[in-house]
Design a binder for this molecule. Sequence first.
Ligand code: UDP
Ligand code: MG
Length: 339
Amino acid sequence: MTIAPATPTRTALRARLVSVVMPMHNERDGLDRLFARLVPVLREVGVPFEIVCVDDGSRDDTWERLKEARAHVPNLKIVTFSRNFGKEIAVTAGLAHTSGDVVVVMDSDLQHPPEAIPELLAHWNDGDYDAVYARRVDLDRGSFLRNAFSKAFYKAFDYMSEIRVDRETGDFGAFDRKVIDAFLAMPERNRFNRGLFAWAGFRTTTIPVTMEERQTGASSWGFVKLLRLAVAAITSFGTLPLKVWAVIGSIVSLTALIYGLYVVVKTIIVGADVPGFPSLMVAILFFSGVQLIGLGIIGEYLGHVFSEVKRRPLYFVSEAIGFDAADAAADAEETSRAG
Ligand code: UDP
Ligand code: MG
């Protein structure tokens, strides 16, 4: 593991409280290892901290383990959902439960090394940046197919949306309170967090971090889930896919017109020959396909509109522990003693 070589300005942090947010879905086996690495790092930072873990409807006993962990992990605050709502929403819920001046968001499977946190915080602390992302230095380590898919997605996203997200930066970063407030002010149901952060703006920088392999359990992102996130991301951040049909339609009509003229002229000059059945079928099938794709894309947007106008809550919390005043006071004392 390497951490950014640049500017380790280890002056005292100007934060009164540092929050760490982690979404968790079936992460029972990794918890001990996670806290064993995370807590010493946070202690070293030397400012009171809180760790907010959101159990996103795990089917294993992640929640029970989190409750047990509260006995030895200082200022651990835990939230569990009524069901699985997905990572983007779990992170959103976690952020809504923080009160730090600066918030670190990271995965809970140790792919995001906790040892990079002081560096992220140091860059925030300098005051020049409101959002500091960890930039992966080992980009193409997954399977060939996954990398190809991810490259294609970022190209498409870049081209079709009104904002920019980098392929090298992920969900690991430190964010100023005002960025978190901006993020939480965006109430949409179809959430692509990195897009929302990018849309919010603010002064952003990145530091290089070597991400690690998942320590235990398995990634919850199958191909279909990734594809759905990709489509939701693109259609949430731009309307180009909707507009492109006007262009395609115009090109097709123009071609048809020219071809029609050609057929008329040819018929007048050399007379009608036997109509070409295969070419007719190909044309009909091709353009029905084109129309269905167009309809499907409109449907995708309509689906977004549908889920937005229902205005359902983003998630339901089934239990939250560590957030009441008594807990918080005891925990704050413990972390400041430790720090
Ligand atoms: N996660 C979650 N809800 C889900 C799927 C994943 O909260 O429905 C969490 C998971 O526990 C982990 C993070 O999101 O902390 C990243 O998930 P994962 O490691 O499965 O994804 P990958 O690293 O393969 O992209
Ligand atoms: Mg992972």
